[in-house]
Design a protein around this ligand. Structure first.
Ligand SMILES: Cc1cc2nc3c(=O)[nH]c(=O)nc-3n(C[C@H](O)[C@H](O)[C@H](O)COP(=O)(O)OP(=O)(O)OC[C@H]3O[C@@H](n4cnc5c(N)ncnc54)[C@H](O)[C@@H]3O)c2cc1C
Length: 487
């Protein structure tokens, strides 16, 4: 039966869910608090420069193909995808290592760094590929309603991969600390340290070395624009500048609509893709499933300090994606997950899409995105941002062997306070809740409210977890659940 469905938020998860729900014949309306759609993946345009505000790594192209394929479309119907070569480079204190665009090239690089390491790398990636296959076929497309969903002949064989962790496995096979850092990097996308991430999640290494790093021409926001177009083609109505103030619940405990700009609007079903913690604050306390102490105990993925910088010249010694792993990773991780303090000597990530996609900066210029991962909930002041901008620029100049500070046309920043005010993010987290062993699948916050009928949730704080591909999957999962429970 055709239902009237209100969707809160317009991030990847909400847009994905809205597309599936509209395709199933429902009347779907999106309410987004911000001026533009996209959530954490919005775009900043300034003086001819274009920046993705949030995500910049396009990994797991198969998930995007599957999403658009479900609507008889292809990613190329909406955006042009290019494989990056090199995929990225990693800068260390004394040298740098480029990561090629296929496994054979990467094996050759590993061999140069640590003689004899190409064979263990092949073995490691073979296991990662196997895990990827199982994850995609048996795990991530499950709604997390019951632990039994995870029990299949394939997953049972992999139980051991949930006992050990990625860090231990990598260190068993590789001795060179640079190779260890490179192989530990992909699981950072899941929001926890490699020590706290089960071995099974090394499927992210297959995503990295096996499937490659891609770039949608114009930036990640092109995917959002594609999904917005698709949603509208399917009949979804989108209201921006429309923060939802309350989720309405009747005396029988059924969600009956939303309050937007002081006006109550009736719906059969409410689905929130806003941050889960915030979504529950839109309900009376008795209808919330999770207490403040529940959220307090969870391992959240980091927040970030990000700078968007317009440079008035082309820069040297950079690639599209650059990881500055030239300081102590363990120390920085400790400062994020244990001490919850500003890092003394931070690692950082920088991208310059203008290196491979000249349309994203004026001719002869470069657009720089610099990101330092931080503990969520840190104090965030203009002075601290300035202090860390200097740290990043000094290190960047030193490592890339050039002067850039006098070539800055402008800089914008985004940090903990912006994550809170722009997205209602819990403690200003950037990437949601981490995928640790105890925060996986049915152990994550539910897609379907256990306290309010006809109320659902989607996005990076629920299943399957943080990242753009998981958010696309989360939208599909919740749409399937709505279909199942609202007959
Ligand atoms: C800096 C950064 C870098 C990242 N890098 C990568 C990357 O390279 N690759 C990758 O795969 N992933 C990356 N991620 C993660 C990825 O961007 C997220 O997992 C994904 O975008 C989350 O989508 P979502 O739909 O769950 O949430 P969101 O995008 O946060 O969407 C939630 C929406 O709800 C809206 N909202 C909140 N409250 C209300 C309300 N009351 N009423 C109406 N609307 C409301 C918000 O404005 C927002 O639009 C990155 C994230 C960040 C922040």
């Amino acid at each position: 039966m055709r239902k009237k469905i209100a969707v809160i938020g317009s991030g990847f998860a909400s847009l994905s869910a809205a597309c599936y729900l509209a395709k199933a014949g429902n009347e779907v309306t999106i309410f987004e608090k911000n001026q533009t759609v996209g959530g954490r993946a919005r775009r900043l345009e300034k003086d001819g420069f274009t920046f993705d505000i949030g995500p910049s790594w396009y990994w797991m192209p198969d998930i995007f193909e599957r999403f658009f394929g479900d609507f008889d479309k292809k990613p190329s119907d909406y955006y042009q995808l290019d494989k990056l070569s090199p995929a990225y480079k990693v800068v260390f204190e004394d040298d740098e290592i480029p990561i090629g665009d296929d496994l054979e090239k990467i094996k050759a690089t590993f061999e140069q760094v640590e003689s004899g390491s190409s064979k263990p790398l092949q073995d490691f990636i073979d296991t990662a590929s196997d895990n990827y296959d199982i994850a995609i076929k048996n795990l991530v497309y499950r709604p997390g309603e019951s632990p039994l969903e995870l029990v299949t002949p394939q997953t049972v064989k992999k139980l051991g991969a949930f006992v050990s962790n990625v860090s231990r496995d990598v260190r068993k096979k590789f001795k060179n600390p640079k190779l260890v850092s490179i192989l530990e990097f992909p699981v950072l996308f899941l929001g926890a340290t490699p020590q706290n991430t089960p071995s099974f999640y090394n499927f992210m290494n297959y995503a990295d070395f096996g499937l490659g790093t891609w770039h949608p021409k114009g930036g990640m926001y092109e995917i959002i624009l594609g999904m917005k177009t698709l949603a509208q083609e399917l009949g979804v109505e989108i209201h921006t500048n429309s923060p939802v103030e309350r989720i309405l619940v009747n005396n029988n405990g059924n969600a009956t609509g939303v309050q937007v700009k002081g006006t109550e609007q009736e719906y059969d079903i409410v689905l929130s893709g806003a941050d889960y913690h915030h979504s529950e604050t839109l309900l009376d306390t008795k209808y919330r499933q999770y207490s403040e102490s529940y959220w307090e105990k969870k391992t959240f993925a980091p927040s970030s300090l990000i700078f968007y910088v317009g440079f008035d010249k082309k820069l040297k010694n950079i690639e599209h994606h650059n990881l500055f792993f030239d300081t102590d990773f363990e120390k920085h991780a400790h400062e994020i997950y244990e001490d919850a303090k500003w890092p003394e000597d931070p690692l950082f990530y920088a991208n310059f899409t203008s290196v491979t996609d000249p349309g994203t900066a004026p001719e002869g210029c470069e657009n720089g995105f610099f990101l330092i991962p931080l503990a969520p909930g840190l104090e965030d002041t203009p002075e601290l941002r300035e202090q860390y901008f200097d740290i990043v620029m000094n290190r960047f100049e030193k490592r890339t062997n050039q002067k850039v500070k006098d070539n800055i046309l402008f800089k914008e920043s985004f940090c903990v306070n912006d994550f809170k005010s722009e997205y209602n993010s819990y403690k200003g987290n950037a990437y949601g809740m981490a995928n640790t062993l105890l925060q996986t699948a049915f152990l994550r916050p539910n897609l379907r409210s256990k306290k309010v009928k006809d109320l659902y949730f989607t996005g990076q704080l629920t299943v399957p977890g943080p990242g753009v591909p998981p958010s696309l999957i989360s939208g599909k999962l919740v749409a399937d659940l709505i279909k199942k429970h609202s007959r």
